[in-house]
Design a protein around this ligand. Structure first.
Ligand SMILES: [Zn+2]
Length: 272
């Protein structure tokens, strides 16, 4: 089965990512990732952009598309540079390999339904490209969970019914709230990236985390629409091979083709 990884971060040799990759049993180089993709039958990946909005900074290999991302490092002096960010969002969205927008609430201290994001949602609608939204746990202590809680996506999804949203990380660990929001709003698709970090033994994982795995399975099953769930890893934070193995075990076999491939093609309108 060919796989699309619908959520990675791609900055080869970028110092802060190097150690993260090593902790996952990887190396943060273009060559290593290419080899890992080949080994695991990953034919395409969606890069969640961050750090810079400048269209010139977003160049990726042919087997990658990207979402133009606006994280807390990117949104520097947001009020002063607001028009620049909206302009850059559009400059990126004009490109074929830019397949969406990525927002980072939690790290950015705005709710996703804040009017500050309205021009970005309007652009997503105009270019018919989805908006992926970080939800749930945050890796930086200065980030605020109240902004990244999956329940906040409800209001954005209602206000912008013609925008397709991607709820990244299934709101983990707020899984019950995430399932309720996604069940109610048909314009939200889930990506199940980043639920585990690092390198680990898969058998150990299923024993040590059996309670969590059962809860995760239960809420995915409650949500139940496997046409709206996409595989993603959140590279470089997790070992790719082992994460695929875990997710294959969690998603019912009859849904693998959709979750690991078809749904990402549909949601991100990939021409592959
Ligand atoms: Zn991510």
């Amino acid at each position: 089965m060919k796989i699309i990884d619908a959520h990675i971060h791609y900055k080869p040799e970028y110092e802060p990512f190097n150690l993260v990759a090593e902790n996952s049993g990887h190396k943060n180089t273009a060559e290593h990732l290419k080899a890992e993709f080949e080994k695991n039958n990953i034919c395409h990946a969606i890069v969640m952009g961050n750090i810079t909005a400048d269209v010139k900074d977003h160049n990726y290999p042919d087997n990658m598309s990207y979402c133009i991302g606006f994280d807390s490092k990117c949104f520097v002096d947001l009020e002063k540079n607001y028009d620049y960010f909206v302009y850059m969002a559009e400059e990126n969205l004009k490109r074929d390999n830019c397949v969406g927008i990525k927002l980072y609430p939690g790290y950015c201290h705005y709710y996703v339904y804040d009017k500050i994001y309205t021009p970005f949602y309007n652009l997503a609608k105009k270019y018919e490209k989805p908006v992926a939204i970080h939800t749930g746990a945050v890796s930086n202590p200065s980030a605020l969970l109240k902004y990244s809680h999956p329940l906040t996506l409800d209001e954005a999804a209602v206000k912008f019914p013609n925008v397709r949203f991607v709820m990244c990380h299934f709101g983990n660990p707020f899984l019950a709230d995430a399932a309720a929001v996604c069940e109610k709003n048909r314009n939200i698709t889930i990506d199940i990236s980043g639920l585990i970090e690092g390198n680990f033994d898969v058998n150990w994982y299923f024993k040590a985390k059996s309670g969590y795995v059962e809860i995760l399975k239960a809420w995915l099953n409650y949500f139940g629409d496997y046409k709206r769930i996409m595989y993603g890893s959140d590279w470089p934070i997790v070992n790719i091979e082992k994460y695929i193995e875990v997710i294959k075990n969690i998603i019912p076999k009859e849904n693998h083709q959709d979750v690991f491939f078809n749904n990402a093609v549909d949601i991100y309108n990939l021409k592959i």
